[in-house]
Design a protein around this ligand. Sequence first.
Ligand code: NAD
Length: 254
Amino acid sequence: MTDLPKTPSFDLSGKKVLVTGASSGIGLGCAVAVAEAGAQTYCAARGLDRLEGAVSAMTGAGYDVKALPLDQGDVTSLAKTMEEHAFDVVINSAGLARHSAAVDTTPDDYDAVMHVNLRSAYFLSAMAAKAMLAAGKPGSIIHISSQMGHTGGIDRALYCASKHGLEGMIKGMAMEWGKQRIRINSICPTFIRTPLTESTFENPERFEWILSKIKLDRVGEVEDIMGAVQYLASDASAMVTGTSLLIDGGWTAG
Ligand code: NAD
């Protein structure tokens, strides 16, 4: 008889997962996705007040979830959090957008966006991997990047710079940590309906531009991201590192 291959498991039971930016939007979707797959889920945000609604709703739904205040800009506190918890999976959904023509970008816009989208992502990854290496266990680090990490967009030179930087960072880090089976990847969504995109969607001209580019002829919803999160967090993606999963409705296809 033929030996049948076994589908790898998407189960995250017994795994400790950190999700940043978990109080809203895609981050909340990531937290629910991993919690639903059985993970002990730590929802991080800058303050406990931000997390209250999300964590109480998740607890009410029966998930194993905890709130974790975390200042991602503080590298010392990042290192301490990672050492204390030794997470198996770290998902980074914290992000910021300040859209304008490149000639109108202020140094303050530049610093604010780069600080969250790249600097914080860099040290979050490095500190997470350091703790995984010290614990001698494999892990998965997932960044919510963007299709704008693969292409350009109107009024988005700064945002694109931060997300293209993130994509390069992921490749470099994947090369360093692969032998220890610490994987790092990104999910690159198109426009998803969240608090971040509210103002863009309210602009009819921009909305038309968006729909003209998405081949599937609709904007994305948070639910469109959740399956990819379970995949990249679990053993189902054991051979995947240093790359990105585009969930762009065909935007970058042409
Ligand atoms: P959102 O505004 O709901 O989520 C962003 C999260 O980041 C919030 O929870 C916010 O509190 C947190 N955050 C912002 N600044 C922070 C800081 N300085 N320190 C810690 N946390 C901070 O928006 P979203 O759409 O869910 O965005 C999540 C991620 O997805 C971002 O990285 C964004 O760039 C990316 N993304 C979003 C879309 C989209 O269309 N919504 C598309 C592609 C990529």
